[in-house]
Design a protein around this ligand. Structure first.
Ligand code: BEZ
Length: 211
């Protein structure tokens, strides 16, 4: 099954390092990052999970909860957690789903058989408070993800949900944003009182409206 942008994130129940959860209930009114990693006790995955634990203050600022997944069993996750704390400087502070029967992996299309028939690839699903899928990214098993980029896209989504803007290439919070083409100059005068720079009629840059 492929899970696409705009779909409602499929709900599931699973055992995790923080106990048994129902995914939608666990998310509550927060944004969520659901991400799969191939295996426990592997080097790239260890660095990724440590980094996600270190990002907790950034997730909290944005009302985001993270949850990992691999097809390894719960006792393996729990033993590996000690290694993550020891080597990455931060103890695991978010749940990891144990998915030994691959139920969640299949539901979300996390196994790409031509890449690896058995283990999940590195997928990322960002879910909004309405449980809608807002971002999907798939990385190969050998490349650790850039979780700063995932945070950056969440910043863009949270901004563009509140204003008639989109964000340009490599945008970072605080930088100029783009007034969406469906907003006429007449309407833009009231929506964007700080004004804008029109490089083309369809390319109008305005300061971040939250500043
Ligand atoms: C790793 O986490 O290091 C890894 C896992 C599976 C395949 C390749 C690398």
């Amino acid at each position: 099954m492929s899970v696409q942008l705009g779909d409602i994130a499929p709900d599931f129940e699973a055992d995790t390092t923080d106990g048994h959860i129902g995914f939608h209930e666990w998310l509550g009114d927060k944004w969520g990052i659901l991400f799969s990693h191939p295996r426990d006790f592997t080097p790239v995955c260890t660095t990724e999970l440590g980094y996600v634990a270190r990002l907790k203050p950034e997730f909290d600022k944005r009302n985001v909860k993270a949850i990992g997944l691999s097809i390894d069993p719960l006792d393996s996750h729990k033993k590996w957690a000690a290694d993550i704390g020891e080597t990455q400087g931060t103890a695991l502070n978010f749940p990891i789903i144990a998915d030994p029967d691959r139920a969640v992996a299949k539901l979300y299309g996390m196994i790409h058989p031509k890449h690896d028939e058995v283990y999940t690839v590195r997928t990322v699903f960002v879910v909004d408070p309405a449980k809608k899928i807002r971002l999907t990214i798939t990385y190969p098993q050998t490349a650790g993800r850039n979780f700063d980029e995932i945070l950056r896209v969440i910043d863009s989504l949270q901004l563009t949900d509140g204003y008639s803007v989109s964000t340009p290439v490599n945008w970072k919070p605080g930088e100029d944003v783009i007034i969406v083409p469906s907003v006429t100059d007449e309407v833009a005068k009231t929506k964007f009182p700080k004004g804008w720079k029109a490089l083309k009629p369809y390319l109008r840059l305005t300061p971040d409206p939250r500043n």
